[in-house]
Design a protein around this ligand. Structure first.
Ligand SMILES: *Cc1c(COP(=O)(O)O)cnc(C)c1O
Length: 222
């Protein structure tokens, strides 16, 4: 068994069957992804639009590609035919671009709202107030080709486990609040995407439904 297949097996042992594993393959080769595929992995995460599109063309069609990184509006068109979920949606304008491209090919794209949960400055991610404003807007109500499937967030990169835990708790609370206020009748709103190689065990303890793990599977990135 190759290194990647071994890492995957080890990781699956640690994840409960309830948690979805997104294998983050950004910067990794098609050969590396194929090894993971042959070991049974079907969900892969990429953070650059063009790279996702190229890999999707080159690899088996039953792979589910997740766009996990910040997405520019002018790149949306490259990924829409390929993605099964877009994780980091943090503006109405980006959502509108996804809706428009999805409509063109007559599909509905599941998206996750990205929240700013780290106790440090960041350009990306919504606050709960901003999410309220977005979800209450007429423009949001007009979208027919995006479906909000849950929330996503990244904790601070730190050895301070209590801090990471606090941040994940914030995301869990945001999920519960939005579920109650906006999505109580929508089964599709169910995902809490949190946890990476360095912090997924804490994320799972705090209620993650989807972890995004790269280097623990494929090795460190250059
Ligand atoms: C790169 C990346 C990951 C995976 O990071 P690892 O530390 O390699 O597991 C997860 N989420 C996002 C948004 C990323 O960009």
């Amino acid at each position: 068994m190759g290194r990647i297949a071994e890492n995957l097996e080890e990781l699956r042992r640690r994840l409960s069957g309830e948690v979805t594993l997104v294998a983050v393959s950004k910067t990794k080769s098609v050969e590396d992804i194929r090894e993971a595929y042959e070991a049974g992995q079907r969900i892969f995460g990429e953070n650059r639009a063009q790279e996702l599109a190229e890999k999707a063309e080159a690899l088996p069609k039953d792979i589910q590609w997740h766009m996990i990184g910040h997405l520019q509006r002018n790149k949306v068109k490259y990924i829409i035919p390929h993605v099964s979920m877009v994780h980091a949606v943090d503006s109405l304008r980006l959502m509108a671009a996804i809706d428009k491209e999805a409509k063109k090919i007559d599909r509905t794209v599941p998206i996750l709202l990205q929240f700013h949960i780290a106790e440090e400055e960041s350009k990306y991610g919504l606050s709960l107030d901003e999410a309220h404003e977005l979800l209450e807007s007429d423009r949001f109500a007009s979208f027919q080709n995006v479906e909000v499937a849950g929330v996503m967030g990244m904790a601070t990169f730190t050895e301070d486990h209590e801090r990471v835990r606090r941040e994940f708790r914030v995301l869990k609370r945001i999920f519960a609040t939005l579920k109650q206020e906006f999505f109580s009748s929508q089964d599709a709103f169910k995902e809490i995407s949190m946890g990476m190689s360095g912090d997924y065990p804490i994320a799972i303890e705090e209620g993650s439904t989807m972890v995004r793990v790269g280097s623990s599977i494929f090795g460190e990135r250059a």
